[in-house]
Design a protein around this ligand. Sequence first.
Ligand code: HDD
Length: 723
Amino acid sequence: MSAQTAMEGISSAAGTVYEAAKDVVRPNEKKRQLDAFTSEATSKDALTTYFGTKVQETDISLKAGERGPTLLEDFHNREKISAFDHERIPERVVHARGVGAHGTFKLHTPIPQYSKAEVLNDTSRSTPIFTRFSTVAGSRGSADTVRDVRGFAVRFYTEEGNWDIVGNNIPVFFIQDAIKFVDLIHAVKPEPDKEMPQAQSAHDNAWDFFGLRSESTHMFMWHTSDRGIPRSLRMMQGFGVNTFVLVNAEGVRSFVKFHWEPKLGTHSLVWDEALKLNGQDPDFHRRDLYDAIDAGSYPTWELGIQVIAEEDEDKFSFDVLDATKIWPEELVPVQYIGTMELNRNVDEYFTETEQVAFCTQHIVPGIDFSNDPLLQGRNFSYFDTQISRLGVNFSEVPINQPVCPVMSNNRDGALRRKIHKGKVNYHPNRFDAPHAVPEEQGGYAHSKAPVGGVKIKALGPKFADHYSQAQMFYNSMSPVEKIHQVSALQFELGKCEDESVQQRILDNLSNVDEELAIKVGEALSLTPAPATVPNAGHSSAFLSQVNGKRQTFTAEGRKVGLYVCEGFDVKAFLPVYAALKAAGVIPAVVGTRQKTKGSDGMLHKGDFTLETCRSTHFDAVMIFGGSGEYEKQLKLGRIIHVVREAYAHQKAISVQGQACKWLVETCLPGLFSSDAATSAADSNTENGVVFSPTLVGPKSISAFLGLIANHRVWDRDIESVAA
Ligand code: HDD
């Protein structure tokens, strides 16, 4: 190919790809576009330098004699080391640790009454999606299961341009005004003197800030609830958090909050599990997402909207522009309008997940910004930060390119790829190229909204209420969630060293709930001040993960560890494996070795050994029996620990054959009735343990699936079992 042809290729690459993409099925648009930029080395490819010279030797550098000095003349050596030296780009200031996946969005309920956005009206479309989940505080290499808010950023590659909803798994934010974001993040990130602790809010500076800015109380109640340690990224709600505006074809504006509702329900780890997983599998969440997608168990979410007509904005006790407040679903129901499915893992982490550059300012006609004081600052910050991470031409990175045509008079800047032909780069010009587009033909026109007032550094009066929704959140929790919250706060504040920090938070907590503050204070040997804003007793039926109206209970997508030893009962094992798979469960076989001999005399390859996983990797465990010397193998401390730990983490357990008696007598003595292990009934269940002394019948399987679907055996007495 001549240089000229190559350049023409580059100059038209984006346009050609778009033209080609128009003719194919829509969900493939982004994939085809990315494929055009993708290369994969095969054994047929020659190794070359960046500039195409074939390389003869890449393992040994050029030297003056076999044992002589290395020569600078070796351009391949220098290029290789130099490229490596510059491999890293600045990690995100926040949300540095993340994982992304591709998917599609399909609308099922058009909303012309609220918005003229095509993506929210055309049900024939399948819009390509890229979603990135993240933690907030940790560095790029930190662990997944820390207590933190999770980022939930979704990009729609619409035919009208990119639309990004850059949200979290918690519907409210710590602060009300973007100017405080810098202080919030400085306070929460590792303390500046010793750069500790990593990926944790459990330190003086974070709680100092939360205490002094009581507007953060509502969000830290969510953060220290079970929401701060999600079971899976597939099992999280997502929220746009900020108030946006929808605009219909008549120009009528409505306030909107965006919601993502997971098909698998909203579930969490327990704290002991989260702590252990940080060491046992720091990639727990990203692995879980990749594995599920690879297994064809595609996670889905419903896109929901809460809408408040512009003229109704003053009808609520909260300010609709205040990001520290939810719009209770009792007052403003969520309307579900479409489904997002994540169905394709990335090919390369860096070029896709690391370089994706979300911006809250990426919106399309039919969507607009409200005066939410957090939002305008965000619109500035995201664009700005992408310039420092990726350079001013970050829009040309393949993952950031829209699937629709792009043409502007912006030029130059570092690493500009596109070669524009022609004479003009300004507007107006004698060719009218490119031309502005009237609103009725799809040009983005900012919606007409009245603006007034004097310049002032202040917030609306309702922003001053910092406690009523924090109270509502706590009041809405089930008893077990309240217990978790007390422990979480005792942990977080217990890690603070400055008593004044602890005391201020306790005093603020009194305004949420005096009893809560007293309980937390007990662990700190401190007494909270009496409430100045007593708990008004309001609650919402939609907030609890245990008994909330939004919750979904399903065994689908759950991981179950099937434990086998040498000589395991294959006849009992095979139907269970098949039944779990049929229910959408992801089973994993754990053996004492990589290959375990079964009762059929064959070697069966497992997914893990007792060394390579722990009970924490699974939602439920099942231990199989066998014949002969089998019981001896069950005496291994490691496998006994699997049962005790899973029991203490309130997980469903199933035992078969000899494992029944072993569980009752060796693993958990004194916790079961004497005939639990021997009763021949199909489906003999006690304390969330399903016993199958012979084969595992259909009733036992459905009892086990039912327990898995419930997420935890919440009423199990775990006091006597250490995890
Ligand atoms: Fe932010 C990243 C979510 C307020 C400034 N933010 C970032 C990401 C998410 C959020 C999910 C990661 C996106 C990705 O996966 O690449 N941020 C939120 C939410 C907020 C919020 C839900 C409250 C409603 N953020 C917020 C404010 C500011 C920022 C008020 C600044 C004034 N956020 C940033 C940033 C980041 C970012 C510094 C870091 C990396 C990036 O943008 O791309 O610009």
